[in-house]
Design a protein around this ligand. Structure first.
Ligand code: TXA
Ligand code: MG
Length: 325
């Protein structure tokens, strides 16, 4: 199959209407989309990504008002958060209506719903009569794509079209939340909306949802996920370097350039200490390091606030020590 990259929304819509898969830009990461209401189309997503069928998909809609077509009930806290953060990098887990096929939710009674903010994809969705199921457009287990070139690197020849909307502005996947009986917020995945912001806007507590790594409720809860091919270690970069000095090393730091030999490939994600900028660069930097031929990545812990939490979460999942679990 020839993969075409372009910005022809009509062409993308036509393919989606025919039950094909299309990679779409979002402000978080690129998604691999298909008609969420057509199980044969959704099957193609799993095949192209080599994704296990037990791992459910987020459905993307044009307007929050459309959520009522797919979910039975919207808790008040969800509505308050939606009024503030939608469209944007926030995904809601809510009880699904019958119309949502089981292949989308992997049999779960909950469906994940998100209204993406990227203008191209909003226009695409607005012209379709169905929602789009879309996981990140990478090979299962690898780093999510934040550009059309990233998508092409892993899915070229496997999908007909990549809708090119430039670099993803947030650069990390959406925050995934659910709700308990009292309307408190359950956090399933750290992401593009920080925990503090959810608490401030809702006036409710955020509790980390119980995750089980053997049978995760979300793939984001699999320890080894979002991982580069190169071994990655987290700690004090200068201390770690002493251990790996004889290897070809790359470092990923927040704002500091360390006093290390010239041969070390240093990536500083934000010289002015902006966590949003750092988040937007992280996945691209991991991919560039994978292509650079170094054998070890050394990283440090980022500040545990705002998007720093999501960055730390992705680094921990990428960490080598967890690979074989
Ligand atoms: O930012 C994002 O969320 C991107 C863009 C494309 O929207 N999508 C994304 O999809 O990251 P994916 O499939 O790579 O990650 C979605 C996560 C998975 O961990 C999946 O297990 C979880 O959402 N998920 C989806 N539906 C679920 C459900 N019904 N119950 C529990 N977890 C669910
Ligand atoms: Mg993914």
């Amino acid at each position: 199959m020839t993969t075409i990259t372009g910005n022809d929304i009509a062409a993308a819509q036509q393919l989606l209407q025919q039950g094909e898969v299309v990679a779409i830009p979002t402000e978080t990461v690129y998604g691999l989309a298909a008609n969420a209401l057509m199980p044969e189309a959704v099957t193609k997503i799993f095949a192209a990504k080599n994704r296990p069928r037990f791992n459910p998909l987020i459905i993307h809609i044009a307007h929050w008002q459309d959520a009522a077509k797919y979910v039975c009930r919207i808790p008040e806290t969800a509505q308050v958060l939606a009024d503030h953060f939608v469209p944007g990098p926030l995904t809601f887990l809510l009880p699904k209506k019958e119309i949502v096929p089981d292949i989308v939710t992997a049999g779960s009674p909950l469906v994940a719903i998100r209204v993406p903010a990227h203008p191209l994809t909003r226009e695409l969705l607005a012209g379709l009569s169905f929602p789009l199921a879309a996981p990140s457009a990478n090979q299962s287990g690898y780093i999510s794509p934040t550009s059309a070139a990233h998508v092409s690197a892993s899915l070229d020849g496997k999908i007909p079209y990549i809708l090119d909307g430039g670099s993803s502005s947030v650069g990390l996947e959406s925050t995934i939340i659910g709700f308990d009986g009292e309307g408190n917020i359950l956090l399933y995945r750290e992401g593009g909306i920080g925990r503090e912001a959810l608490e401030t806007v809702s006036g409710k507590n955020v509790t980390v949802a119980a995750g089980n790594h053997a049978r995760p409720q979300t793939s984001g809860q699999l320890l080894s996920h979002y991982a580069p091919h190169t071994s990655l270690f987290i700690g004090s970069i200068p201390d770690l370097y002493l251990r790996y000095a004889e290897k070809k090393v790359a470092t990923i730091s927040f704002r500091t350039r360390y006093d290390l030999p010239e041969s070390v490939l240093q990536f500083i994600l934000s010289e002015n200490g902006d966590l949003n900028e750092a988040a937007a660069k992280l996945f691209d930097v991991m991919r560039r390091i994978d292509e650079s031929g170094v054998s070890v990545i050394l990283t440090e812990i980022f500040p545990e606030k705002g998007l720093g939490r999501a960055i730390n979460d992705r680094l921990h999942r990428a960490q080598t020590i967890f690979r074989d679990l």
